[in-house]
Design a protein around this ligand. Structure first.
Ligand code: HEC
Length: 236
C-alpha cells in the first residue's frame, strides 16, 4: 500500500528523533549533550531531505490523493482547532422545509461549483482541488457536529480550496446555519431537488454564449457553430 510505504519513512525519522531527544534529556555532561544536539539536527535534516526527495519524485500535483494517514491527521488537527464552544453550539435556526429550501438555493448558487448539487464533490473543480472536495453524504461529514459544520463554512479551511464565507453579520450567520440544515439533508436529496438546483447554478460564459447563439438561430439567423469543447481561452 502506497500510503504505508510513505508513512513508514516519516515514522522512522520521528522515532529516531524521539530516541535522540530521550537520550538528550538523560545526558548529564555538556559534551554528550552537544553530540546529541548534532545528532538531532542530523535527523531533522534527514527528514527534510527525505520529504523533499519525495516531492521531487512524486511532484506536487493537485491531482494526487492525500494518503490515508495525511487525511486522518488533517481531520484530527482540524477537529482540535475548532474551539469547543463553537463545536457544541446547537443550530439556532429551526429545522423546516422552508429552511432546507433556502439552504438548498444558497448551496446551488455558492457551493455547488465545487461540491456538486448532491454534495458529492463530483465537479471538474471539486475533483481537481487538493485535497478534493469530499463526498458530504458520507458519515465522515455527517458525523461532524452542527457547530463544527457552521465553523467550517464560516471560517473556511486553511491551505485548501474551501473558502471562508462568513462576513460576521447576524443575517449571514443565519444563512450559514441554513446551509448546515441543508448539508444534513444531503443523504436524502431527491432527483427533483437536484433538477431544481440546476436552474439556480451559476452558468458559465460558454453556456451563455451557446444559449445566445441558439436564440439567434431560432429567430432566423445563422446556424449555431458546433460546440467548441474545452478551450483554454479565458478571454485574456
Ligand atoms: C472553490 C471550491 C469550494 C467552494 C466554492 C466551496 N467549498 Fe466547501 N470545501 C472545498 C474543499 C476542497 C473542501 C475539502 C477541504 C479539506 O479536505 O480539508 C471543502 C470542505 C467543506 C466542508 C467540510 C466537509 C468535511 O467533511 O470535511 C464543508 C462543510 C463545506 N466545504 C461546505 C461548503 C459550503 C456550505 C459552501 C458554500 C457556501 C462551500 N463549501 C463552498 C471546496 C469548496
Amino acid at each position: 500500500m502506497a500510503a504505508f510505504g510513505k508513512g513508514r519513512g516519516s515514522r522512522f525519522v520521528l522515532l529516531l528523533l524521539g530516541v535522540v531527544i530521550a537520550a538528550m534529556s538523560k545526558a548529564r555532561n555538556l559534551k554528550t549533550r552537544t553530540g546529541l544536539w548534532l545528532a538531532a539536527s542530523l535527523v531533522v535534516l534527514l527528514g527534510a531531505v527525505g520529504g523533499a526527495s519525495l516531492v521531487l519524485r512524486r511532484g506536487f500535483s493537485a491531482r494526487d490523493e492525500p494518503s490515508a494517514i495525511e487525511a486522518a491527521i488533517a481531520r484530527r488537527v482540524r477537529h482540535l482547532a475548532v474551539p469547543r464552544g463553537a463545536r457544541d453550539t446547537p443550530n439556532p435556526v429551526a429545522l423546516g422545509p422552508e429552511t432546507v429550501a433556502e439552504g438548498r438555493a444558497h448551496f446551488a448558487d455558492h457551493c455547488a461549483s465545487c461540491h456538486g448539487n448532491d454534495g458529492r464533490g463530483q465537479t471538474p473543480l471539486g475533483r481537481n482541488l487538493y485535497p478534493k472536495a469530499p463526498d458530504m453524504q458520507l458519515p465522515a461529514t455527517q458525523s461532524l457536529s452542527d457547530g463544527e459544520l457552521f465553523y467550517i463554512i464560516h471560517n473556511g479551511i486553511r491551505f485548501t480550496g474551501m473558502p471562508a464565507w462568513g462576513d460576521g453579520t447576524a443575517e449571514d450567520d443565519i444563512e450559514s446555519w441554513k446551509l448546515v440544515h441543508f448539508i444534513r439533508h444531503l443523504p436524502e436529496i431527491s432527483a427533483t431537488e437536484i433538477e431544481e438546483m440546476r436552474t439556480l447554478n451559476p452558468i458559465t460564459r460558454a453556456e451563455l454564449e451557446e444559449e445566445e447563439e441558439m436564440r439567434r438561430f431560432l429567430e432566423g439567423g445563422e446556424a449555431p457553430s458546433p460546440p467548441r469543447g474545452h478551450d483554454h481561452d479565458h478571454g485574456h
